[in-house]
Structure formats: C-alpha cells, structure tokens
Design a protein around this ligand. Structure first.
Ligand SMILES: Cc1cc2nc3c(=O)[nH]c(=O)nc-3n(C[C@H](O)[C@H](O)[C@H](O)COP(=O)(O)O)c2cc1C
Length: 170
C-alpha cells in the first residue's frame, strides 16, 4: 500500500470515469454496505481541501445508505480488471440483493473512515462527507436537462473531503 498524491492521480480517475466507470461504495451507521458504478463526478478542490464530488440519483439503494453515513469511498481498477463486476453493480440494486455475492466481488475495511473499499481495485479514495446538495433544474442548461433529466430524476451531489488516497498495486 502506498499513499499517492490526489492531484497526480486525478487524471487516472477521470480517464476511468469516462471509460466504464469506477466503484462508489458506502457503509451506513448500521453497518449495511453497498457499491455501485459511477461514471460522472470526480476530483475537485473546495474549501482549501481535496474533494471528490459524486452525483447519485434518488432511486439508488446507495443513496438510502448515504443518508445514514458520514463517508464514502472510490475504488478504481487501474489494470482493466473487474469490467463484468462494474457492469453488474451498475445494473443491479442493493435493495433486493447482496451485489457482492451476486458477482463474487469482495471488499475490505477502509483505512481512514468507517467504510469499505473494493479490494480487487488498485487505487482507493476515502472521503468524509462535507456537503449534500440537490441539483436545481432552475439553474440548469435546458439541453442538459432534456438530455439527462427528462424523467425529472436529478442527481443528489455528495461532496467528500479526501482523507486517504492510496494505491495497493505499488
Ligand atoms: C457505466 C455506469 C455509470 C453509472 N454512473 C452513475 C452515476 O454517476 N450516478 C448514478 O446515480 N448512477 C450511475 N449509474 C447507475 C447505477 O450504478 C445503477 O443504477 C446501480 O444499479 C445502482 O445500484 P444501487 O441501487 O444498489 O445503489 C451508472 C451505471 C453504469 C453502468
């Protein structure tokens, strides 16, 4: 395990977001865990902190766990592995199944927050939630709204301070 510079690995994260997505994981205060695929959002800098911004739609089981959690994690498979698993967790819902068992995916304890990471991944970002905010149609470009939110289900934005950033393949 090697700590790495968030700014330096941000390009890797953006590249994986745009090409298949990455794992977004949560553990709530009751110890319930879940993971899903996210392909939007990404690294940012707010409040003089390194931040990760994740957009989560209302119907995700992940969102119901996040509402009772203080952190989330991002896990990135840097070497082309876990493509089937990313597709699985991006198309199945944790409210009616254990997705880890469903696709033989394993997780480990995060090191700096009370959460989990996907241990077959290589790059992990652990975040403490700083801000939760709803998108507002009133301020959105109409073309973006029509293309991405025609059904009215807009994202909830989770801003997390990066408290650990490390690789497990180095
Ligand atoms: C490639 C890919 C990218 C995705 N990106 C997002 C995303 O950024 N935000 C989101 O809310 N859902 C996204 N999804 C959809 C969720 O991963 C999907 O609805 C998942 O089944 C939710 O799981 P859950 O109900 O267990 O939370 C994506 C799905 C795929 C396949």
């Amino acid at each position: 395990m090697k700590d790495v510079n968030y700014a330096e690995v941000s390009g890797l994260i953006l590249d994986h977001l745009a090409h298949g997505g990455i794992f977004f994981s949560v553990k709530d205060k009751q110890g319930r865990v879940n993971t899903m695929n996210t392909a939007w959002g990404g690294p940012a800098f707010y409040w003089n902190k390194n931040v990760y911004v994740a957009p989560i739609r209302h119907d995700r089981h992940t969102l119901s766990l996040l509402q009772n959690a203080e952190s989330f994690t991002i896990s990135v498979p840097l070497h082309g592995q876990l493509k089937k698993e990313l597709a699985y967790v991006g198309t199945h819902h944790g409210y009616n199944e254990d997705k880890f068992a469903g696709c033989n995916l394993s997780f480990a304890e995060a090191k700096s927050v009370d959460s989990i990471i996907i241990d077959q991944c290589d790059l992990h970002i652990e975040c403490e939630i700083q801000l939760v905010t709803e998108m507002d149609k009133a301020g959105m470009d109409k073309n973006v709204y029509d293309k991405c939110y025609a059904d009215g289900d807009m994202h909830v934005l989770y801003f997390g301070e990066v408290v650990a950033c490390y690789r497990t393949d180095l």
